[in-house]
Each structure stands twice: as C-alpha cells, then as structure tokens.
Design a protein around this ligand. Structure first.
Ligand code: SF4
Length: 340
C-alpha cells in the first residue's frame, strides 16, 4: 500500500482529536435513530443549517416509534424550510417500515439499511460507522472533494467511472478501527479546511501527501459539473381570500416538487379576471428548472381551484403548516397583511 494511503487515516485522526467537531447534537447521545435523522438532514445541507432543525425534530419525535406514529403533515411541517422534501417523506416511510418489518429498530447491516427508502450507499455507511463502529466508507460532497484533491483527480467526480474510482479510494482509506471518529474527521476536514473555495492547505493534516497541493491544483479541483442549460418555467400563484380573512391554499400532489406541502393554487396562464398587477414575483431554482411565479389576486370561482386538494387557513394557522420556503417567506414576511 502506498504512503499516500497508509498515512491518510492516522494523520486525519490525530488532527480530529484536536480540531474536529465533538459537540454536535447527534453525537450526544449517538443513537442509531439520531445519527440517521442527522445524516438524512445533512444530505445537501450544511451542519449549521441542520442543527436547529435536528433539535426541533428529535424533541418532537425522540424515537422511531413516535416518528412512525406521526402524521406526514406534521413531519413535513418540521422539515419546512430545509428543502428536498422527499427526504422527510422517506424518513417517515422508513420509520413506518422499520416498525412493521424490523421490530421497531433501524437495521444494523448494510444490505438491510440500504434497502430502505432514502438511504443510499454513503448514508448507510455513515450510519453504520457512526452508530455501530462498523468499517464502511462514505462519499458525501465533502469527502468527494477531499479525495478528488488528495489524489488530484482531474475529471468531474459525478461521472460514473470517476465515482467508482472515488469509492475505491474511500474504501482503501477507511480504517478498521476508530471508524466512527474517522468518518466524522473526514467530513469535518472537508467542511472546515479543505473547503470548496480557498482550501486552507497550510493548516491541513494531509498536506504532505496531497497531490493537488503538490501540483498547485488545490483551487482548481474538483472539476465542476459540465454546464447545463436550465429551462425557465413561468407560473401564476393565485391569492384567494375569503371574507373572514383566511387564505386558500392547495396541497401539492405527493410526488414531484414540494410534494405534500401547502402552496398557492397554481396555473400556467394569468387568471381571466385579474384585478391588478402581480403583488410579488418569486424566483426559485431547482435542479432541473428555474421557477418564476407571479402572485396575483384571484377569485374562488377560477378554474384552478376546482377538483384540487384545497383548504382555508387563518393567519394563526400558517406558522404550523408545511410550506415551501418561498411560500413561507411570502405569507409570513413579505405579504403578512394579505391574510388579515
Ligand atoms: S492539502 Fe489542501 S487540497 Fe489537499 S486535502 Fe488538504 S486542504 Fe485539501
């Protein structure tokens, strides 16, 4: 085994003892359930954003049984603002499945864990390493960046062949012992030292063996995803009030963007009777398209509200609803007068 492989874990672990994060809420206590919730929240989201969501979530749902028994609406409401809502739906489905098929416990084997919805290879590895000390590699965004730089991989890490190579390297680096600390250490290094822009190579415990640093490529790697043109989608969001000052919202279909969340009734074209100019315009980028929504006043009898899952809500009820972040901002911050 090359020196670049053998020195990697010991150097990282020595650094972690002094500089790693030892006080994250899911580390105390580090139960399988808490590690799971944290790992799912951390997919595509930074630690600092996750912490308050995690604390609220485990206060309301302290274990698998309480989560499985909850209404999906309440789970989505606690997730509201964190984005990527399929994670919350999968979390809830998983809890229900574990109660039904795994005696109310999360499984502790890779095969059983990764068969559950929303638990991919990296999440399963992180859960087994952190909750059970089993030696499984992880490859989240932070780890991918560290490995792509350390081994000076000059191709886009999302390409399947590069992905396989990175998994092989992640496996080779993962130690048999202290795997829980190692897993946290490599995530911490990526988040605090080997950061996306301006990596702090001068403070890095891996600097001696890092190929990107030796070749002056640290700032240029990893290679960015080849550019794609993202289409624009234009929609109208209908603001419909009743005489009591309540607002009509529509629950979005369970699958797709913002599935299961409450939003304005939406349509492609402007309503026929539009009493005035748009009250607000919203832009929101998804992976596959950019949404441009115009919020316009409309009447209850417009066709967009027929045969839809709609309900009226008063101002006091909006806070507890599962709302997509831009809708929450509009209703609670930008247009608070519209529901009174
Ligand atoms: S030396 Fe620099 S580029 Fe290499 S792993 Fe450390 S921080 Fe990242």
């Amino acid at each position: 085994m090359s020196a670049a492989i053998t020195s990697f874990a010991p150097e990282l672990l020595a650094w972690f003892r002094q500089h790693g994060r030892h006080d994250l809420p899911w580390q105390h206590p580090r139960s399988a359930y808490r590690v799971w919730v944290a790992e799912v929240m951390l997919q595509q989201t930074q630690v600092v954003t996750v912490i308050p969501y995690f604390e609220r979530f485990v206060t309301r749902f302290p274990d698998l049984a309480s989560l499985a028994a909850a209404e999906l609406d309440e789970v989505l409401a606690l997730w509201s603002g964190l984005g990527y809502y399929s994670r919350a739906r999968n979390l809830h489905r998983c809890a229900v499945m574990c109660v039904a098929a795994h005696s109310g416990q999360l499984p502790d084997t890779f095969e059983a864990l990764s068969a559950l919805p929303g638990i991919g290879r990296s999440t399963a590895g992180a859960m087994l390493a952190q909750a059970h000390g089993q030696a499984h590699p992880i490859l989240d965004g932070n780890v991918r960046r560290v490995l792509a730089r350390y081994h000076a991989i000059d191709q886009w890490p999302g390409a399947p062949a590069v992905q396989s190579r990175l998994w092989a390297l992640a496996t080779a680096h993962t130690p048999e012992r202290q795997v829980c600390d190692y897993t946290q250490a490599i995530m911490d290094l990526g988040a605090t030292v080997c950061t996306r822009s301006r990596p702090a190579c001068g403070q890095c415990p891996l600097a001696g063996g890092c190929a990107a640093r030796a070749q002056g490529l640290a700032g240029a790697l990893p290679i960015a995803r080849p550019r794609r043109v993202i289409p624009d989608r234009h929609r109208y969001w209908l603001l419909i009030n009743d005489e009591a000052g309540r607002i009509l919202l529509e629950r979005r279909p369970p699958r797709g963007i913002w599935g299961g969340l409450w939003s304005f009734p939406e349509q492609d074209a402007a309503p026929v009777h539009m009493p005035g100019p748009p009250l607000a315009e919203v832009q929101h980028s998804f992976t596959h398209f950019r949404l441009h929504a115009r919020v316009v006043c409309a009447t209850l009898d417009c066709s967009a509200t027929q045969d839809r899952d709609t309900a009226w809500f008063g101002p006091a009820e909006l806070h507890a609803l599962a709302l997509p972040a831009p809708v929450r901002r509009l209703l609670l911050d930008q247009l608070p007068g519209i529901t009174t």
